[in-house]
Design a protein around this ligand. Sequence first.
Ligand SMILES: [Zn+2]
Ligand SMILES: [Zn+2]
Length: 614
Amino acid sequence: MQPIDSVEPYEQSELYKLRHTAAHVMAQAVLELFPEAKLGIGPPVDDGFYYDFDLGEDENGRRRTFTPADLERIERRMRQIIAGKYPLRYRVVTADEARELFKDQPYKLEIIDGLLRGEFNEYGDAEDGPPTDLVISTYRHDTFEDLCKGPHVAHTGLIPVDAFQLMGTAAAYWRGDQSRPMLQRIYGTAFFSKKELKRHLQLVEEAKKRDHRKLGRELEIYIMDEEVGPGLPLWLPNGTILREELEKLAYEMEDAAGYQRVATPHIAKEELYRRSGHLPYFADSMFPPMERDETRYYLKPMNCPFHHKIFAAKPRSYRDLPLRLAEYGMVYRYEQSGELFGLMRVRAAEQNDAHIYCAEEQVEEEFMAVIDLYRRYFDLFGIDRYVMRFSKHDRKGLGVKYADDEAAWLKAEEIVRRVMHQAGVPFEEVAGEAAFYGPKIDVQAWSVVGREFSLATNQVDFVQPARFELTFTNRDGRPETPYCIHRAPLGAHERYIGFLIEHYDGNFPVWLSPEQARVIPITDEHHDYARRVVAQLTEAGIRVHADLGSERMGAKIRAAQLMKVPYMLIVGGQEAAAGTLSVRLRDGEQRNDVPLGEFAAHVQRRIRTRSPEL
Ligand SMILES: [Zn+2]
Ligand SMILES: [Zn+2]
């Protein structure tokens, strides 16, 4: 049953079908133009579709790739196939028929075997166990038939010829495995109208300009260093200010919501992670252990077990609950090198973490308060497009991937569902992506240019408290196991700041801006006054510098604009005499003869209210 206020899953939308069909049409065109090509997989993705191909090697043993001219030819052929209005026909085949059909397609044969063994689906994604009701099916149009369970549009003519486009190519390992062949991926996108495609292409352009890796370097926010290691960002002074401002925000919000702050070490003994269940469930994502004096230690992949120990440090009664323990905690996860991406996917991340221990009857209220917190952050940062993904257990994974207590799963999932309905937040339910200890809510948000980010997760945990033998004395004087809500509304600094860089295009609101104002003297005769302005504004709690270099004023203004400083304060003889400033705002607006004290008060107000305005 679909929840009434849930959003339609993309996988069932018309747009998904359209793009899926476009992927098949592209594969047909490629096979016709490159008959030796071997087919990998070709699913729709969030902003389009792709298909992977193995073009073999050239005479020098190098892997063949597609050229821009190839893409043009493929696109031309696609238009003809679209014009043919070929219907897409579904049929169920036996394993033997499938093997015969794809006998020249080794990757498809591998997928057929994977399907039969229940190891992965037709997109090569891992599955949990042997299939209960395996159906092998294909979709055929014109001369092309693919291993596929759909869905598709009715015929190829439904792809608008002026609203699809091939976007480019990339190398991709077969099934994401670096030990397997490197395939050539062609990305494309498709929409229902030319207008939507045009809008999308504009956003893609804009997103490129805003890429946090590019802006992160230009605005001196963070660097990566080969010798330090991939996925291990170094925060520069400007980035550190961003982190500290976000932490300050979280402290204020959490203080007001009754959290207490704790601090815990970055490593712990193996036993702790055995008890928490991170070993073995999460071992793949952890750094390998270190050993000293016959004891094995691990870098922490999550903060939870430490907080559980703090809960257990003294007897707790129902009067102590809910107990909300918060920490900006550093966690280390061994992400595959192919998955690392700027600040978005790193190996060391500082999480806006907290664990809320509460009695069963408090879970709903506490969970609701967490959802509210999320919404206040979204309001503050002007994030108006977001969806929460509610990941549940699946029965197949019980005892393997998930704690083996279906009744407890259903109960926890029901609580989450009730709260999401009550809160009226957009959400979708997905089976099989929960945490091993309870249902999980991932928050996906879109930046103003439409880039999608997974920003935060939280979980309702009915497993770990029992594993850690956590109890409190209930009203009847008996020991009871608490629930634990894991929450991290600001996710990790790394990803959140990466998101904010792109969301704001580096034009951070005043309270977040690393440098809030820059004083630019017209000539060096005005350096003294510039220094006085800096001293006075610093006193007022404003982050301000003076540019006392030897460049001309125009060059200094351009330099400040490049760093996206909200206020440029031009000072000359007139300003020095009157104790005023010529204020040039980042957006180009100019305000002359502003008394220094008045400007300071204005900026303080902006900072205090965390206003998005200048
Ligand atoms: Zn398909
Ligand atoms: Zn946790």
